[in-house]
Design a protein around this ligand. Structure first.
Ligand SMILES: [Zn+2]
Length: 180
């Protein structure tokens, strides 16, 4: 992570200018400029690199909104991409959103969801006494993803986000704890 905390948003927009809506003369005012804390700069930078790779073959991509909601990242975009590139972009966004649930929004160190007046993802230091939200043992970082496959059949996958490798691995739903 580089740059001071104060200008990290400007830095992100300037480094990845092509992914933000013009005009970008005032990077702060660029549409889609992140509305979240500096601890997520690194995961947003990773996201931008992945999106650039996914859109390398062409097409049109612009962030429309990057924000924090209920303690984790939400990313929205506009544009027109090939089906393959769209899948890659959505996958990159899913990884960034999953990573945000493991990164303190203030400092970027390992964090988890904390409660209180509102939900936040924080390390122990920046939780400032708020209690962590307990997740059911074995269900940490599990994501159920449903999508429409090419033949219009709805598919559901179950996967776990791994912070160390910044990847998803498929999980057999039968291996997870059962709701009581
Ligand atoms: Zn922190």
């Amino acid at each position: 992570m580089s740059g001071s905390v104060g200008n990290w948003r400007v830095e992100l927009v300037e480094v990845h200018r092509d992914l933000f809506a013009p005009p970008c003369d005032a990077a702060f005012a660029a549409r889609g400029a992140p509305e979240c804390g500096p601890g997520w700069h690194d995961l947003l930078d990773r996201l931008c690199v992945r999106i650039r790779k996914a859109t390398h073959a062409g097409g049109d991509f612009r962030f429309s909104q990057i924000k924090e909601k209920y303690g984790t990242l939400r990313v929205y975009w506009d544009g027109r991409l090939s089906p393959e590139a769209t899948i890659q972009v959505e996958e990159a966004i899913a990884l960034a959103e999953a990573r945000s649930a493991t990164c303190c929004e203030v400092c970027g160190e390992p964090g988890r969801l904390h409660g209180g007046a509102w939900l936040t993802t924080r390390c122990t230091v920046h939780a400032e006494g708020r209690a962590p939200v307990e997740s059911r043992p074995g269900l940490e970082n599990i994501y159920i993803v449903s999508y429409v496959a090419g033949d219009d059949r709805s598919q559901i996958t179950c996967r776990r986000y791994d912070r160390d490798t910044d990847t998803f691995t498929e999980v057999d739903p039968a291996s997870l704890p059962v709701e009581e």
